[in-house]
Design a protein around this ligand. Sequence first.
Ligand code: NAI
Length: 464
Amino acid sequence: MAQYDVIIIGSGPGGYVCAIRCAQLGLKTACVEGRDTLGGTCLNVGCIPSKALLHATHQLHEAQHNFAKMGLTAPAPEVDWEKMLAYKDDVIGQNTKGIEFLFKKNKVDWLKGWGSIPGPGKVKVGDEVHEAKHIVIASGSEASGVPGAEVEIDEKTVVTSTGALELPSIPKSMVVVGGGVIGLEMGSVYARLGTEVTVIEYLDAITPGQDAEIAKQFQKILKKQGLSFVLGAAVKKVSVADGRATVDYTLRKDDSAQSMEADVVLVATGRKPFTKGLNLDALGVTLTQRGQIEVDDRYKTSVEGVYAIGDVIEGPMLAHKAEDEGMAVAEILAGQHGHVNYTVIPGVIYTHPEVASVGLTEEMLKKEGRAYKVGKFSFMGNGRAKAVFAGEGFVKLLADKETDRILGCHVIGPMAGDLIHEVCVAMEFGAAAEDLARTCHAHPTFSEAMREAALACGDGAIHA
Ligand code: NAI
């Protein structure tokens, strides 16, 4: 039995970042992980592998649609699916081994196996019980399935994002249930590979919570890329016969029953906290009605010495939110004052173009009754974007009408996921739109569009 200052359960972005920071702050640290590799959902079956497939298929799209326009004439590349999957697996391997290296470098012990908490201050892994002054639960989330519908996931014909990352062949047709982040990222991958992709979404717009104008433009662009959409439709049942799926759904506007067949159905209707096997019930850890672990503003659960971060607690299920909480809780355990600013957490969808946002949307501001101004700038006015066939999107910056303070930013366009961070930094410093507008931006860069949107909050953009 080993004795630790901190044992973290789960090695996803929340857990491994927390472990490294705890060790850096002088705490004797161990991290429990039951998978064969570190990194959790994000590195093994989530963010990282999906980005590899998005990158590979984007290159294919460029070759098919834009190479000839630039005078690059060659037959379009053929897809070797097995090799593409091997490339994706190699990317996973490099990243998961990277975490293993960082654990060794920082002297974090990896306790291999699935952990449970038999009592306060104790973590059981396999037959061994370890002692820890503090326990941090960072056990992440799992696909939630379709609430209230008859859907059985077999990860072959009816898959979650995990199965969608390793289909044995490229399907001819795919129905994606849920027009959220996973559905649109993986839907894009397969649409680029030639699969006929139909997204069935319960709401009347894709990407719930997104700025409505951005969501509308996003859907238009995805449609042009070949994805089909059925909005305002509730999926009720998915059945499989002879390896083919039938999706039964009802249109909400008239309650009419419809159905659609496909080779593969991707269920992307959200995720739920993963707390199975942790012994939380017996331990007396309070959960919310949605099955999340309840924590206070210092990530403390209802049980002394037990903390929780990431997808198992409230808030957006995002790797970077979990990372920030991991660092914050490490600082708290080391006697510092860790905290997370939840008003500045960016969200990114890694399609092409990318969609990124931070802060409040126009809809939220209207609901709040707050006086605001909008600075908008189209990538059509950005020289760099035009040069790379990426003029379709726009930047929308929202600022307080009186004070000019930046309240939110929403971008659909090239490298949006990177561009958004200048606004994140600006918001952390309580900046005004004018601060961004007066910051010199290198030419020619996509980031000039951010500055132009800021200028549009004042005397006007130059290239609009
Ligand atoms: P999501 O919550 O983003 O979207 C689920 C969608 O399914 C919603 O639009 C919902 O209205 C719809 N839906 C629910 N029931 C339905 C039904 N019966 N019929 C039709 N539509 C239905 O969930 P998603 O895409 O599964 O992602 C899960 C989590 O993972 C999210 O929190 C997301 O933020 C995170 N994630 C983030 C990524 C990123 O940051 N790029 C990438 C992948 C996942």
